[in-house]
Unconditional design. Structure first.
Length: 351
């Protein structure tokens, strides 16, 4: 496992800070010793103990939830770390002040260092427990983040699973009506439906795909609807080259186009025109579907808001308040549906 040197540096600095606080308290209790002595010995013992325990965790198999070894190896590691830290740190302090060799053993035998040893044990256990709880908290935060991500992905899959049958049901209902009046066009529409479903199936199973792929699926759907509506349906797709590779969630535009056809174009004998457009607005991507149909008054039928609500829910799950869907009356008549979402930085999954 790779060593996180930034985390180790952070723990080292925290250890030094603890040692400085402890040396100040010891100086207040033992004024006969200089503050320099307190700082040098405290930092030397603390850093030695930290190094022994922190790097020792890489020797044993670690628990997945904390990054620390299992209980028994942890106890042995902490105990040996405190003992080794006290001896090595004291020897380093003696060397700093030029104490004669063997003075540490003499002080241990005479009992002069009992208080210092007790402080080292208590502080070593306390700091170790602090670092353990930090690791545990970081693990819990990471798990909560993963759980939220899985919940969001599951919610998106559920919304997509609801959306696709809804579109298919509407299309089959239209196909059934067409069979009775024009079997030849119904056959052509069925062929288009098969091709559309084949092309859409793979794209609907990835979290992101290029905006060009989203426009391709819209073009397939408009071609499918064009078989039934004939010259009553006029369309235009406007996708700048600079935006073709920007990743977007699949099946964002198709529900808006379906809504425009069902509630805008179909109610009019003369039909109408649908324009699908993509543009950049600062750091946002704006996707719009403009129709010259019946306008917002045509959006009162049952089931009208299903596709729109699914799009809103998916945008909220992916981007929160940074994305939105607005539905407005078009200036020249008809309806303008507009999706605004952040420009994605990462590459899309190819369809």
């Amino acid at each position: 496992m790779a060593i996180d040197w930034i985390a180790k540096l952070r723990r080292l600095l925290q250890t030094v800070a603890f040692c400085l606080c402890i040396s100040a308290l010891q100086w207040a209790v033992y004024p006969e010793r200089t503050y320099e002595q307190m700082v040098v010995y405290s930092v030397a013992i603390g850093v030695s103990t930290w190094a022994w325990i922190d790097f020792g965790t890489h020797v044993f198999a670690s628990a997945g939830d904390t990054g620390w070894p299992r209980p028994l190896p942890s106890v042995l590691l902490v105990g040996s770390g405190i003992a080794a830290g006290f001896v090595l740190g004291s020897m380093a302090g003696d060397a700093w002040f030029g104490a004669p060799a063997g003075s540490l053993a003499q002080r241990l035998e005479s009992g002069q260092l009992r208080g210092s040893l007790l402080v080292t044990v208590l502080v070593g256990i306390g700091i170790t427990y602090y670092f353990y709880t930090q690791s545990r908290s970081a693990y819990l935060v990471r798990k909560m983040r993963e759980a939220r991500q899985h919940a969001t992905e599951a919610r998106l899959k559920l919304l997509e699973a609801q959306l696709e049958p809804h579109m298919l049901f509407n299309t089959l209902a239209n196909l059934r009506a067409l069979i009775a009046v024009d079997p030849a066009r119904a056959q052509a529409m069925l062929d288009r439906l098969i091709a559309f479903l084949r092309a859409t199936l793979g794209a609907s199973r990835v979290p992101l795909h290029p905006l060009s792929a989203e426009f391709d699926r819209v073009a397939d759907y408009l071609a499918l609807m064009g078989v039934r509506l004939g010259p009553r349906l006029q369309t235009a797709l406007e996708l700048p080259d600079a935006l073709r590779d920007h990743p977007v969630p699949p099946l964002l535009l198709q529900p808006l186009v379906e809504n425009s056809i069902r509630h805008g174009i179909e109610p009019q004998v003369q039909g109408g025109h649908i324009t699908v457009n993509a543009r950049r607005d600062g750091d946002a991507l704006v996707l719009s579907v403009l129709d010259t149909g019946a306008g917002l008054s045509g959006l009162a039928g049952p089931g009208t808001h299903f596709g729109l609500q699914q799009v809103r829910d998916r945008l909220a799950a992916l981007h929160g308040d940074d994305a939105s869907l607005a539905l407005d009356a078009a200036p020249g008549g008809g309806t303008l549906a507009r999706i605004t979402l952040p420009l994605q930085a990462g590459p899309a999954v190819p369809p």
